[in-house]
Ligand binder design. Structure first.
Ligand SMILES: C[S@@+](CC[C@H](N)C(=O)[O-])C[C@H]1O[C@@H](n2cnc3c(N)ncnc32)[C@H](O)[C@@H]1O
Length: 279
């Protein structure tokens, strides 16, 4: 039995939400592999997410579509490599990889060993992967050993990760990446709240976010109330910033979000995406 810790286990919950997409009247994406990584426990956590805050799983659907679009647009603009950082059971490497675009994965050893095992059962190979805690291991050297070209334009998908990380390790990690790769864009989701000090604007926001933490079975030590910290503490530039709910119209879901109660829409302003890029 592979021993996956509580942060690794969150990858099953996200895969389970992706696995349910085909049952939606208007699917936002197609991930035919997701059901391989779904299980009863993770489906229970997904239900608990919606009990804690009803739009939660919808926002995961929006985020999946957003990161797909990040890859599609990035490749169209010339990216030649994609790194799925903390990629969990993300199968975009198999969905979007082609002879001109190389995908690499980075995640904890136990998560990627489980993924390799499941893919192997279906006769599919795991992509070149760096196994380990990316805050501790030398990610750049690990990628280089797999054939990564530090000079090629690169996209980094850092989806569903920042909230789980110790705040003080994030900027050093980004600075190590910046020192090791010439040109990249890194996209991530984040909570726009100072979670270290639990500085919520309303009790409702706090209750909802803490309910989401409980459902995910892991705590969220990190949020960013102000993105200027990235420009002050790293050489990167903020290229995009917005709320996932704000993508509703583009994703053909504006009626649904417009029907949400006003206070839900206020809380949703806290769940956002950001793209940082090298200057
Ligand atoms: C919520 S899941 C998201 C997985 C995937 N990105 C997705 O959205 O489907 C978080 C993933 O990040 C990985 N992760 C978080 N912190 C990590 C770290 N410091 N080193 C390696 N992997 C990490 C976990 O193991 C887990 O697979």
């Amino acid at each position: 039995m592979i021993d996956i810790n509580e942060i690794g286990a969150t990858a099953f919950v996200i895969a389970s939400i992706r696995a349910m997409e085909k049952e939606q009247p208007d699917p936002l994406f197609n991930d035919p592999y997701a059901e391989w990584f779904s299980n009863e426990r993770a489906l229970g956590a997904a239900r608990q997410l919606n009990e804690a805050f009803p739009p939660s799983t919808t926002m995961v659907r929006f985020r999946t579509r957003y990161f797909n679009r990040f890859i599609e647009r990035g490749i169209a603009a010339g990216a030649r490599q994609v790194v799925l950082m903390g990629g969990g059971f993300d199968m975009r490497g198999h969905l979007y990889g082609n002879p001109d675009v190389a995908f690499f994965e980075v995640d904890q050893k136990a998560v990627l060993e489980f993924k390799r095992f499941m893919l192997g059962r279906h006769g599919i190979e795991q992509l070149p992967s760096v196994l380990g805690n990316y805050l501790e291991v030398d990610v750049a050297t690990g990628l280089d050993e797999l054939g990564f070209d530090p000079a090629a334009p690169t996209l980094i998908v850092w989806e569903g990760n920042t909230m789980y990380l110790p705040t003080h390790l994030i900027m050093p990690f980004l600075n190590r990446l910046t020192g090791a790769m010439h040109t990249f864009r890194i996209a991530f989701d984040y909570f726009a709240v100072d979670l270290e000090n639990r500085e919520f604007e309303t009790d409702e926001d706090q209750r909802r976010l803490e309910g989401v933490e409980r459902a995910m079975g892991a705590s969220f030590p990190t949020g960013f109330a102000d993105l200027t910290v990235f420009e002050e503490e790293t050489p990167l530039r903020v290229a995009e910033d917005g709320s996932f709910a704000g993508l509703a119209e583009e994703f053909g879901q504006s009626d649904m979000v417009a029907d949400y109660p006003e206070d839900w829409r206020e809380t949703l302003k806290l769940y956002r995406y950001c793209v940082l890029e090298t200057r």
